[in-house]
Ligand binder design. Sequence first.
Ligand code: FCB
Length: 460
Amino acid sequence: MDSVAHRFPAGFLWGTATASYQIEGAVKEDGRGQSIWDTFSATPGKTAGGDTGEVACDHYHRMSEDVALMKELGLDAYRFSVAWPRVQPDGTGAPNPLGLGFYDRLVDELLGAGIRPVVTLYHWDLPQALEDLGGWQNRDVAGWFADYAAAVSGALGDRVTSWTTLNEPWCSSMLGYALGVHAPGHADPAEGLVAAHHLMLAHGTAVPVIREHCPDAEVSITLNPSQVHGPEDPTEADLDAVRRTDNILNGLFFGPLFHGAYPEGFLDDVAPVTDASYIHDGDLEVMSAPLDNLGVNNYFPTRVRATPEGSEPRGQAHLMPGCERVDEVPPHPPVTAMGWEVSPPSHRMIIERSARESGLPVLITENGSAWDDVVSEDGQVHDPERVDYLVGHLGAVADAIEAGADVRGYFAWSLMDNFEWAYGYDKRFGIVHVDYDTQVRTVKDSGRTYARVIAEHRGR
Ligand code: FCB
């Protein structure tokens, strides 16, 4: 561990990440409108234990304390997201000064602590009023999102120079509209593709708007690419399953954003579910607006094979368009509390691929792991598995850098335990423990390890 810090270049950015709905709570305060996650989590059976983000980490009221904690950890940067329904409670129209005011104070508090704010405009909490109009199915969402981007970059652009349009459009589109496990909970493969297209269109429409309000901005998007592995001795059908899975997980976004086109063969593969009439002339030029860096969120690789003839598909992958005969293969051990495979070599591979495909500097905007943490009798949280995961994945990032990938920063997911979407509060990803009864924060061993790596790196 002592050596890992010294494998990073000077100026490498060390941060942590969070998202508005996962930590803020205060869902009805200061004029905040309803989001699709308020609706979804209040629907019986949608989240573990019926958990919602109503209180979460109460960050809305504890923001100063949380920024002080970040300073104590020695962070250079903090990646947070803005809740669209705080800024525009109904999704469009005049911005709500009280909602913007919270982020205004947060930015000042961070800058006062010497921490760079890295702002994500959309981390999944779409205003419910817009979902009522079709949400990401409605092409008008591109204009709505650009107006929202104007409101936020206009208010914070004098101090914030790192902007990310969307977090993980794969999750918003596929988990939200094709698999039904995230808000708004639709299960239609064609809707998944339409949402993905409109998300990228909204992104590309917002990029010049952000640049206009903040000429010094570094503008980015965060994707969640995953390294796809097939069987060791693949058949032709297995190779095709790998190709199709790679297209829906990775190529669907790398193509339009960085190559100005959907991946070769992709539109033929999905032709059984859609006629692609949602793709209009000129869309791909809008989507491929030049960016300054690429955010990569990666936690685990994906393992698939072709569904054997005569069998029913295994897992959820077959619910994605073009993947109807794809089987999910169980992860190789070890796995985290999420059941996600721990594989630093796959992390390195997907970072190198992302750098290659985008031709851009890369920021690892999320990486981390959930474990069944307990507070010990000594009042501490000893989380050796998370320490191992962290050090192993930092090693993989360093390997990628040494192999030539231009990686500029790493953001641990997450600063603190929080509302883990459909898994509720059951899954803890923080490097800081949160007691949800008392809201007491306790730095875990992994948090101390991270702070030590940062301090060592700075001491070079
Ligand atoms: C990512 C999300 C983030 C968090 C982690 C565990 O997909 O961006 O909000 O849920 O997974």
